[in-house]
Design a protein around this ligand. Structure first.
Ligand code: UDP
Ligand code: MG
Length: 314
């Protein structure tokens, strides 16, 4: 039985040695299993790649795939899925926020046969800025209402999956990737394992609030067309209101001989409607820009260096 670990790394030279030691320790305890560590160097600017080459020299279980530039964690995970060969495959962060020590328990659950994947979620959002928690909660609420991706609040990308699920994910070859949604969308029976949130051991998070915010909007447009429906519904609503007002103004002028007054209110209405129109065009534009990217069919990532024979490039 073989377990593949996919580890996206971007400027992780501080955290990697600790992570590697921990994986070595855990895999040592699981001697019945063969391990494969697939490190994806996502265009790091520090010593990450030379560290990985160092690991690979002394440990043939270590495989690295280095990108030609930073393609983002989504692309890195996809490269991992495309190249993982294990019966079980896990994605995990290099910063130990996804503790390798959970692996034995996750493997045990999959071995029992009932589940196809074991996913992890954090128990609480303790230690996170309040405003960030608030937006995160809102995002999960909205997302689950308007899409069928079924995303769990506090879910991490850390998951152990059977081969079937990995193949389903590899087959979803869209360029605009949102893994939390993809994992939910492909379905399969998932066991949710909760654990106390762990702080990153070294280095710093690459996710600013702004980057997370944009990521969440991407998630919504990738998995739901509700914003488009919103645009048509508001268009319908305003046409209806305009019609009522038109009748009202006509009747007032004809029957009560009351000339129309108030151009300030007229200006407000024009501005308001103009705003709504631009907003809706913007929503449509978001979807068109996604289509534009998809139709180009550019590669998801470009491999610059690797020690893996026949790497899959997608
Ligand atoms: N990561 C990556 N490419 C990026 C950003 C991040 O491969 O462009 C990796 C990073 O090295 C780490 C994981 O994705 O292993 C999660 O990143 P981070 O810890 O910064 O995110 P957080 O845990 O704060 O959400
Ligand atoms: Mg992290």
């Amino acid at each position: 039985m073989k377990i593949s670990l996919i580890v996206p790394c971007y400027n992780e030279e501080k955290a990697l040695p600790l992570f590697y030691e921990e994986v070595k320790r855990v895999s040592g305890e699981m001697s019945d299993y063969e391990f494969e560590m697939l490190f994806i160097d996502d265009g790091s600017k520090d010593g990450t790649l030379s560290l990985l080459q160092e690991f690979a020299k002394n440990d043939e279980r270590v495989k690295y795939i280095a990108f030609s530039r930073n393609f983002g964690k989504e692309a890195a995970m996809y490269a991992g899925f495309c190249n993982a060969t294990g019966d079980y495959t896990a994605v995990m962060d290099a910063d130990m926020q996804d503790p390798p020590s959970l692996l034995p328990e996750m493997v045990k659950i999959l071995n029992e046969g009932e589940y196809d994947s074991v996913a992890t979620r954090r128990k609480t959002r303790k230690g996170e800025p309040k405003i960030r928690s608030f937006f995160a909660k809102m995002f999960y609420k909205i997302m689950n209402k308007i899409s069928d991706a079924n995303i769990v609040d506090g879910a991490r990308d850390f998951r152990l999956m059977k081969r079937d699920m990995v193949e389903a994910i590899v087959n979803m070859c869209e360029s605009n990737r949102f893994s939390k949604g993809i994992f939910g969308w492909v379905g399969f029976k998932t066991y949710w394992l909760s654990y106390e949130n762990v702080e990153r051991v070294a280095g710093e998070s690459k996710w600013s609030f702004w980057r997370l915010f944009k990521y969440s909007l991407d998630g919504i447009t990738n998995f739901s067309s509700t914003p488009l429906k919103l645009a048509s519904v508001s268009g319908f609503f305003f046409t209806f209101v305009a019609l009522i007002m038109l009748i009202f103004v006509f009747v007032r002028a004809l029957i009560f001989n009351d000339p129309v007054q108030g151009w300030p209110s007229l200006v407000c209405i024009i501005l308001f409607i103009g705003g709504i129109q631009l907003f809706c065009i913007g929503i449509i534009g978001q979807y068109i820009s996604k289509m534009y990217i998809e139709t180009k069919k550019r590669p998801h990532y470009i491999v610059a260096k690797t020690n893996k024979e026949d790497v899959v490039k997608k």
